[in-house]
Design a protein around this ligand. Sequence first.
Ligand code: ATP
Ligand code: MG
Length: 145
Amino acid sequence: MLTDYSRIVVAYDHSELSKKALKIAMNLAKQDKQIELIVLMVLQPARPMVYSYGYAFDSYQESQREEANAVRTEVEHEIKSLPNKTKAVVIEGGPGNMIVQYVKQNDADLVVMGSRGLSGLKELFLGSVSHYVVQKAHCPVFIVK
Ligand SMILES: Nc1ncnc2c1ncn2[C@@H]1O[C@H](COP(=O)(O)OP(=O)(O)OP(=O)(O)O)[C@@H](O)[C@H]1O
Ligand SMILES: [Mg+2]
């Protein structure tokens, strides 16, 4: 049953639950080294209204990208400990939409993600990204809570 999944995508926003999702996905991947593991981070473009335009906005975007790349390097290091084929990628856009598109285009067969993420309002079970992905993904979604 586990080996039905040959390409697993972990949606990762560096929140505690996404770290837990990564651990679970790594354990799944350990069941069979044919499973490919991809950690996907979506960088949401900043809203120009908030940061005005020109230099302040550009440097904010740049620091966001640097931060995301630092996290990517850290995650890459962690997943390299597996014998499986692994990679960590950063793409830019709206998180829900980009995750759904990415798993489709890359023919993934399982998404693993947290129920909540960085904003983490406790009274709601699902955040907007997990809610969207559960509804729109073409493949099963494993929600970690
Ligand atoms: N930018 C992102 N890139 C990749 N995965 C993400 C991203 N944002 C959220 N996720 C995934 O979705 C899970 C749920 O996060 P979500 O953003 O839905 O909840 P939230 O942050 O609590 O609420 P909201 O963002 O709706 O205010 C996270 O644990 C993570 O697995
Ligand atoms: Mg969020």
